[in-house]
Write a protein that binds this ligand. Structure first.
Ligand SMILES: Cc1cc2nc3c(=O)[nH]c(=O)nc-3n(C[C@H](O)[C@H](O)[C@H](O)COP(=O)(O)O)c2cc1C
Length: 438
């Protein structure tokens, strides 16, 4: 008798930026076509959403940052793309990143409830707190609060938003022709919320949304981040930063599931997806060449740039370091930036055993080193899920091309489907129901 395998989930992590720009780091020479503004129509992402829908992905998640940045950046706000992607697809979940630091909670609750209605119950919210002071200044504040306070605020914020979403009883729309009432106000709770950071007196003026509340996604895995996710998230995005270790993947999942249980939730209510960049080719030799091209030996200048980027993420100055010596001892829990992401980079140093140069050459955002033919990559994904226990993978690739998307959706996914490891159809109408199916 053949045992049916537990299926795992697939999602994609990307953003609304000019994908394809500077493929080789040389500037405009590699931009395909002359129209450098066309990406701003969202066409690339809408086409991509169609491909992911055909391959039955759980969701597409658009990350976001609002700061212009020292070197300048261009990106679209992900929110308006949600209904565009949803109307081009049948079952794909569409997740927008929205910061608790800048949206007033009432506005975020109303926007997401409306999006859940217009997408027919297929929207999600990636909760971020934002660390950059530059973003705070753009919104008229002097600087962002410290790491701990950002999470404290986010928890209260999420609580308030959930209470707003819960405010309308399912039968609040009565459409009573005799009284002329569309809504029965007795079935809508007027909140009187007064927390440490936020106040709200009122109710949403939009009915309870199809999923009751949009799918909640979160990505920080510091101590505080883990508690936050365990309390509120439906799905968590995790990268073990090039560690290529099933043990590192399992540690996070086991820990978050245990925390969820301690908060009275079941671990199965949270789907933990690991960020990976599978490199799929017709032969192993071709895949090896792709891999070398993606992770070349870095020049001194590239290492400095990488350090600058990691310093920005951790909010720590790494500019004066000798790149042929180990990293200094750093207390990750004291960092005001992204602790888990910086921690992954730091841990590659093995407590002083590797130099900065070696660490930078090893570091990437793929939790596993996945490359080879579709069958070989599928083998490794299957093995990883057996070792870790679940719940799936979050694919990402930079630079992102139509070709890469197709290699995954029409090369790798059919191989996984053939083995019964991923879904072949959307069973339910709503995003959360599909996410919780297995
Ligand atoms: C996979 C992944 C995706 C993220 N996406 C965003 C994003 O779109 N916008 C943002 O401001 N922060 C983003 N972050 C940062 C997290 O929301 C979080 O603030 C950060 O990881 C710090 O959390 P920690 O200190 O608990 O690890 C992301 C982090 C990870 C690991």
């Amino acid at each position: 008798m053949t045992m049916t395998k537990k299926k795992f989930h697939l999602a994609w992590f990307t953003n609304a930026i000019p994908h394809g720009w500077r493929l080789d780091g040389k500037g405009a020479a590699t931009w395909s076509g002359n129209d450098t503004t066309r990406w701003m129509t969202g066409e690339f992402l809408i086409d991509m959403a169609r491909s992911l829908d055909r391959a039955c992905f759980d969701y597409i998640m658009l990350e976001d940052h609002v700061a212009f940045g020292e070197h300048g950046s261009a990106r679209l706000d992900p929110v308006p793309l949600m209904p565009l992607m949803a109307s081009a697809t049948k079952g794909l979940g569409c997740v927008a990143t929205m910061s608790t630091s800048f949206y007033p909670p009432f506005m975020l609750a109303r926007t997401l409830a409306s999006l859940d209605h217009v997408t027919g119950g297929r929207v999600g919210w990636n909760i971020v707190t934002t660390s950059e002071h530059e973003a705070a200044q753009a919104f008229g504040q002097d600087q962002q609060p410290p790491h701990a306070e950002r999470y404290e605020r986010a928890a209260e914020y999420t609580q308030l938003v959930r209470e707003l979403w819960d405010g309308w009883q399912p039968d609040a729309i009565v459409m009573n022709e005799e009284t002329g009432k569309y809504v029965d106000p007795d079935k809508v709770k007027i909140l009187d919320f007064e927390g440490k950071f936020y106040k709200c007196k009122g109710a949403l003026n939009i009915a309870r949304s199809p999923q009751e509340r949009p799918v909640i996604c979160q990505a920080g895995t510091s101590e505080r981040g883990r508690d936050f996710s365990a309390k509120y998230a439906d799905t968590i995005l995790v990268s073990t930063g090039g560690a290529d270790s099933y043990a590192a993947m399992k540690e996070i999942r086991d820990d978050i599931r245990a925390r969820a249980e301690s908060f009275g939730r079941s671990g199965d209510e949270i789907k933990i997806l690991y960020m990976v960049t599978p490199l799929v080719a017709d032969t192993l030799e071709e895949a090896e060449i792709m891999r070398q091209r993606r992770q070349p030996i870095l020049t001194d200048e590239q290492i400095r740039k990488r350090l600058e980027g990691m310093g920005h993420i951790g909010m720590i100055d790494l500019s004066g370091l000798d790149i042929d010596k180990p990293l200094p001892v750093i207390d990750i829990t004291k960092l005001e930036g992204h602790q888990a992401t910086f921690g992954n980079f730091y841990n590659l140093g093995l407590n002083g055993k590797r130099t900065v140069r070696e660490i930078c050459n090893m570091h990437n955002f793929s939790s596993l080193d996945l490359y080879g033919t579709a069958a070989m990559v599928a083998d490794r994904m299957e093995e990883a899920m057996d070792a870790v226990g679940g719940d799936g993978f979050l694919i990402q690739c930079r630079p992102l091309t139509r070709r890469y998307i197709t290699e995954i959706t029409d090369g790798l996914v059919p191989e996984l489907q053939k083995r019964g490891l991923v879904r072949t159809e959307y069973k339910y109408k709503h995003f959360r129901d599909n996410l919780m199916e297995f």
